[in-house]
Design a protein around this ligand. Sequence first.
Ligand code: ZN
Ligand code: ZN
Length: 155
Amino acid sequence: MDNPGGSEILTTLLQNQTMELDLFINSQQSERLRTALEEQSRRQTALLLRTHQSRIQFLIAQKDEEVAAAARRGAELRECLDRTEMEKERWRRVAQENEARIGRLRMSCGGCNRRRCCVVMVPCRHLCSCRECEPQLESCPVCKTVKKAAIDAFL
Ligand SMILES: [Zn+2]
Ligand SMILES: [Zn+2]
């Protein structure tokens, strides 16, 4: 060998270059791997978020439906209650009218204030006098309308 030192230097240089190249390739590979891993992680997170979001949206929709159903039930109950109240009020009025009618029928004579009324005055049509008092009454004891006639009432 003419120049064994030079060959050695060349070998060392080549080795160094190979190592640097290896390092370079390694770093490139690890960079790609890192990017790939990051991408995968990002995708998984996004998927998880989407799954979570749709689950939350589903739960919200379910709650909304429950609230709406409760509101509907409430409205139905209120309507039912209103109808019952109206019916109750109607019957109360009917009972009141009946009581008033009975009260009028039991009313004592406007002349003697003692015997029960059994004569209807005309024209006012008030049931306001007993048979005994009627001939002496010139007007209705309830409304003071002048009597034109008197009719026996069926009681
Ligand atoms: Zn009387
Ligand atoms: Zn009268």
